[in-house]
Write a protein that binds this ligand. Structure first.
Ligand code: ATP
Ligand code: MG
Length: 414
């Protein structure tokens, strides 16, 4: 894409009321727009990143057999009433509204009950199980505090997966597969080093959970980590009992701040019992379906990546989720060759943002490029041409390199 056609502009300053680093950088780079506290729109660059994160997650969910669906954000209160949740004070984030005829509606904050209710229409026998379904879907939560940028929105995208099994064993087998899939995701988005599987509190749905916590001062959580075992315990369940259960040693644990990017937990039969979701076994006897829940926030993940991987100049996107692979910059004297290179890169399907803007100084173009954070910068200028080609620099390094004109497309592929 030609940067001269991109409608978003970079900015020197973020809105005065914005305090989180992820939102400040993403707003300044033109990735997102702040509508109000905790509510952000995704602009072209931001949407490209979001969609790539979605793709990574989708691939990993498909690999473990997840079937993708998309449920609605408007939810019938009757289902939640059946599960005794509608008036449950523990769910304090609900946006509720009414139909013109007076009946109650909820905006989705989660989907456990609603999905189980839907699946009753499709699942009756032991032969129908096990399986798992997932969706990318907007969730609404009336969060008390929304000061963490896209890491804590009042409207946000979540991937939520639910598994349905016949027995606890079958559930835990899938649970381990899901855990691996989650580690693949964090690996692919560049967070592997900093991510700890963390034992945490249960929710309204289950007795305990496993969180995927990323070390960051911007986080709202406090965890105690074992660096060697790569395991942690959330402060909320930091007891001698939990330490022992996980086979950890208290003196070895270090206290850290962190961000929960994902969260998985066995639900068991609580939800199925509440709404009467059963299957019949070989003998025709009925049992409640055994469920598991697996969530990950796309904005939470994207914001965390910005928090953790940015430097003083801007964002540093990992290859797999960068908005573009190459940031091609034309400087004076290099315009013609840059144009040709742009066409070549397009022809070989390299994702390239081409800074073809005129009357913008080299300094400004470099500053914008550092802020936007595309992994590879290619500069074409009179100087680079004199030196024999194009100047290449990785966003994550300070080293520049000159690549011969004809070698570049090959070099990029290699
Ligand atoms: P938290 O403890 O941070 O409030 P949670 O435990 O309520 O989150 P879940 O209900 O398990 O979160 O949601 C699954 C995932 O959705 C979380 O791990 C997180 O990545 C994401 N998420 C939850 N709340 C938000 C939010 N307000 N904004 C963005 N992402 C969120
Ligand atoms: Mg949590």
């Amino acid at each position: 894409m030609r940067q001269s056609n991109l409608f978003t502009k970079t900015r020197k300053e973020a809105p005065k009321d914005e305090v989180s680093k992820n939102a400040i950088l993403l707003i300044r780079g033109g990735f997102i727009n702040k509508e109000m506290a905790g509510v952000y729109s995704y602009l072209p660059l931001g949407l490209r990143v979001l969609k790539k994160i979605e793709r990574v997650i989708r691939e990993e969910m498909n690999t473990i057999g997840g079937q993708e669906i998309e449920m609605t954000t408007l939810q019938d209160s009757e289902i939640w009433k059946k599960a005794d949740k509608w008036d449950d004070e523990k769910v304090d984030v609900w946006f509720k509204t009414k139909l013109k005829n007076g009946s109650d509606l909820g905006l989705a904050f989660s989907h456990e009950e609603v999905i189980a209710e839907m699946l009753k229409n499709h699942t009756s026998s032991y032969k129908d199980l096990p399986f798992s379904v997932y969706q990318f879907q907007t969730k609404f939560r009336n969060e008390l505090r929304a000061k963490s940028g896209i890491m804590r929105g009042r409207e946000f995208f979540m991937k939520d997966m639910y598994s349905f099994s016949r027995t606890e064993n079958e559930l835990m087998h899938f649970y381990e597969e899901a855990k691996k899939a989650y580690f693949n995701i964090v690996d692919r988005v560049g967070l592997k080093e900093k991510t700890y599987l963390t034992r945490a509190d249960g929710s309204v749905f289950g007795p305990w959970s496993d969180e995927f916590q990323v070390l960051s001062e911007a986080g709202e959580d406090t965890i105690f980590i074992d660096k060697d075992k790569k395991l942690a315990i959330n402060k909320e369940v930091f007891t001698d009992e939990t330490i022992e259960e996980l086979g950890l040693v208290k003196d070895k644990l270090e206290e850290k701040r962190s961000v929960e990017i994902g969260n998985i937990f066995p639900i068991g039969t609580r939800v199925s019992d509440a709404i009467g979701f059963t299957y019949s076994d070989e003998k025709g006897e009925n049992h409640p379906v055994v469920m598991g829940s697996y969530g990950i926030g796309l904005g939470r993940l994207m914001g965390t990546i910005v928090e953790v991987l940015s430097d003083g100049k801007g964002i540093v996107w990992p290859d797999e989720i960068a908005p573009f692979k190459v940031h091609l910059i034309a400087l004076s004297g290099g315009e013609k060759d840059a144009d040709k290179l742009y066409e070549k890169l397009l022809a070989q399907n390299t994702e390239v943002l081409y800074d073809d803007r005129q009357d913008i100084s080299a300094g400004q173009k470099f500053a914008d490029s550092d802020l936007i954070g595309i992994p590879l910068r290619v500069v074409v200028s009179e100087r680079s041409l004199k030196a024999g080609g194009f100047e290449i620099k990785r966003r994550s390094s300070d080293k520049e390199e000159i690549i011969k004109i004809n070698n570049l497309p090959k070099w990029l592929n290699g």
